[in-house]
Each structure stands twice: as structure tokens, then as C-alpha cells.
Write a protein that binds this ligand. Sequence first.
Ligand code: C2E
Ligand code: MG
Ligand code: MG
Ligand code: MG
Length: 284
Amino acid sequence: RAKERGKNNFQFFTSDMNTSTMERMRLENSLHAALSRSELLLHYQPKLKLDTGELFGYEALIRWNHPQMGMVSPAQFIPIAEDSSLIVPIGDWVLHTACAQARRWLDRGDLLGRMAVNISHRQLKLANLVDSVHSALQHSGLPAECLELEITESMAMDTTQETLDTLVRLREMGVHLTIDDFGTGYSSLSYLRKLPIDGLKIDRSFVAGVVQEPGDAAITRAIISLAASLGLAVTAEGIEEASQLAFLREQGCPFGQGYFYCRPMDVARLDDWLAARRRELAAH
Ligand code: C2E
Ligand code: MG
Ligand code: MG
Ligand code: MG
């Protein structure tokens, strides 16, 4: 039918497609070139020890500086990268870049703990993640113990032998594995005992409500105590207010990150933040 309309082909299709489909196609086309044009970059958000306020590590968060659209959120383009297999080269680039930066901060004394990198489920399925991680560690000279992979609950729930083998091999290399956005996915907890994981991240939607919402406070408390009894390190994400921090500290949550401390920033701005922090500590 489209053919019959001849010149009106394009119109015929556009009127039938919703804008999100069009937007997706547009993004996918330009995402192919984004890597080679150096439009992708990483921001880093500090993670801190909540009891002492010591800087512990960082989470690497990808950004896309699109020539026409400006900054595109990873929530928008990571799913597109996953569908188009672009997640493999992009994921490799993230691993290499984050490990190299972690090595610089480690050498300077600004990395006590770990650099965390987000890994998506499709990336684990499509790429040889063990080789990718190994190569990023080799190139950067970053010790494996200084790398943490944040995996999604859906990945944790995938109990195929292949996925399990990959996770076990990464853990054997010394890399830390953490479940991101814990509590928002599948509710079965039995997988926690079967998986070779080191930590949980409390989803920011719970942290946001710990002061006003008794339900969120209860869930947060339960996750902290569950993690402690399973010997898992727990990190609260999205701490925005002093009252939320106070609650988390009181409950014995060991690690946290959020706008209250620092927004994710590029390396130059984060280096300024680190320098200012050092001056402040020296003044006390
Ligand atoms: P995530 O891993 O759960 O990351 C936390 C998100 O919360 C980040 O959004 C971060 O900028 C934001 N955030 C941090 N502190 C606060 C706070 O105090 N308040 C609020 N409201 N937000 C805060 P971002 O950077 O937009 O990333 C969104 C998601 O995209 C990430 O969620 C992660 O799932 C995914 N992502 C980001 N970078 C990568 C990557 O390199 N690879 C993969 N596969 N996924 C990534
Ligand atoms: Mg994360
Ligand atoms: Mg998260
Ligand atoms: Mg999240």
C-alpha cells in the first residue's frame, strides 16, 4: 500500500508511527557514530563511607553529548544500545575508560575502595564479559579488587548456567559484584544465596521516602539487616537530604552516594571537588 502512494511514502509512515519510535530510530542511527566521534563520556559520582564520611570510590555513569540534541540520558539510549548490540562496543569503552580513570585516582590516593561500572543484562549475554573485564584491567593496570560491577536484578535472576559461570569467573578474578536498584525487581530472595555477589544497592526510590514513608523506612531497614546477615556490603543510592543520611547512619548502612554529597561530574570538575575537599580536611 505504501508503494502505491509513491511520493507520499514517507508521510504515510510517519503518520502511522508514534514519535517515540521515530525518536528511537533517530537515536539509533546517530548512536552508531557516537563512539567514533567521541560524543560519549563518563561522569563519576563519589561513594562514601557513611560513618566517617571518607571517600570510598566512584560510580561511572555514561553520558552522550549529542551534537543536535545535547545531553541524552542513559535511561534513553542504553535500551537502544541493548537492542542494537551497540551495547558491546559501548560497554567495552566504558570498562576501559573507567578502569583507566580509577588507576589515576588510585595512584593519587583518591581511591580507597572501588570503581563501580554498570553492566546491562544484554551486555552480559552478547559480549564475552570475562575477556572484556580482563582486558580493561590489563590495559589500565587496575587491580581487580578495585573494580565493582553493578548488575541488575534481572541479571541476578537469570540462573542459566552460562550467566552463572560468567559471574563466578568474574568473582574468581577478584572483581566485586553488586546488585543495583535492589528491591525494585523480582521479589524472590532465594537467588541471593546462590549468587557469587558481594553487595546490594538500595534503590533510590526507597531512600527518598525513609523520613516520610513508614513503608520505605521499613524496607530500607530490612535490606540493611538482610545484607548484614548475609555478609553483603550495602550502599544507599540517591541520598539527597541530611535527614535521610541520619536515618541511614542510625540503621548502620555502611556506604552511600547521592546529590547530598556530590552529583555525578566529569573528571575536571570532580578533580576540583576532590581538591576543595582536601583543603577543607587540611584546615580542620
Ligand atoms: P543507576 O545505576 O541506578 O544509577 C543511579 C542514577 O541515579 C544515575 O542516573 C545518577 O545520576 C542518579 N543519581 C545519583 N544520585 C542521585 C540523587 O541524589 N538523586 C537523584 N534524583 N538521582 C541521583 P543516570 O546517570 O541518569 O543513569 C541512569 C541509569 O542508566 C543508571 O541507573 C544505569 O542503570 C544506567 N547506566 C548509566 N551508565 C551506564 C553504563 O555505563 N552502562 C550501562 N549498562 N548502564 C548505565
Ligand atoms: Mg548503578
Ligand atoms: Mg542504582
Ligand atoms: Mg537506578
